[in-house]
Design a protein around this ligand. Structure first.
Ligand SMILES: Cc1cc2nc3c(=O)[nH]c(=O)nc-3n(C[C@H](O)[C@H](O)[C@H](O)COP(=O)(O)O)c2cc1C
Length: 176
């Protein structure tokens, strides 16, 4: 790994009531994001919705269904200039076998030319659900490095899950 490489972790993650983990203060994907930040020294950018998703799981599911059907592009608060970065870890949960629509909005608003992008995601059974291929086409001017990392949200909340993440980072050369 080039030590001058400027790294950024961009992620979307929702706390509150979620599938199989109950009510949580920090979302599953965020736990992985924070570990990547801690281990690699990357900067952090969290995609925060302009209008927060409901704390109630079913209400969020209903809203996500509507957004996906409409191919909505929900707005997010503040932004980040990615032009200063070389390597971008890009994380999100699977919603309806896809990336949340707010994540599409973020992707479409940025120029990925020349970036090295490393995707990671959490789910509860769908794996990456083909989203890494979508990233490849949406970020066609970037290089996607490695095979990405996906983990169930409940595993992401365990020590073993975090160890598995560390092993993956080590395999990519980001932890000595
Ligand atoms: C609206 C919604 C839709 C979801 N759809 C799927 C799905 O299609 N497949 C799947 O495996 N998990 C699905 N899940 C579960 C999440 O991917 C999983 O709980 C994830 O770890 C949440 O990450 P977060 O805490 O970072 O937001 C869904 C969760 C929500 C809230």
């Amino acid at each position: 790994m080039n030590t001058n490489d400027k790294k950024l972790v961009i992620y979307f993650s929702r706390a509150d009531e979620n599938y199989s983990v109950g009510n949580v203060e920090v979302g599953n994907t965020e736990l992985l994001a924070k570990e990547i930040i801690a281990k690699t020294g990357a900067d952090e950018f969290k995609i925060i919705p302009e209008v927060a998703y409901p704390a109630n799981y079913q209400e969020t599911v209903d809203q996500a269904t509507k957004e996906r059907n409409e191919q909505a592009r929900p707005e997010y608060k503040s932004d980040v200039d990615i032009s200063n970065y070389d390597t971008i870890f890009f994380g999100y949960p699977i919603w309806w076998g896809d990336m949340p629509m707010i994540v599409y909005n973020f992707i479409e608003k940025h120029d990925w030319n020349g970036k090295t992008v490393i995707p990671f995601n959490t789910h509860e059974g769908s794996g990456n659900s083909g989203t890494y291929n979508i990233l490849k086409s949406k970020m066609s001017s970037a290089t996607l490095k490695g095979d990405g990392f996906n983990m169930s949200g409940s595993t992401a909340r365990t020590e073993d899950g975090i160890k598995e993440l560390d092993n993956w980072l080590e395999g990519l050369g980001y932890i000595n």
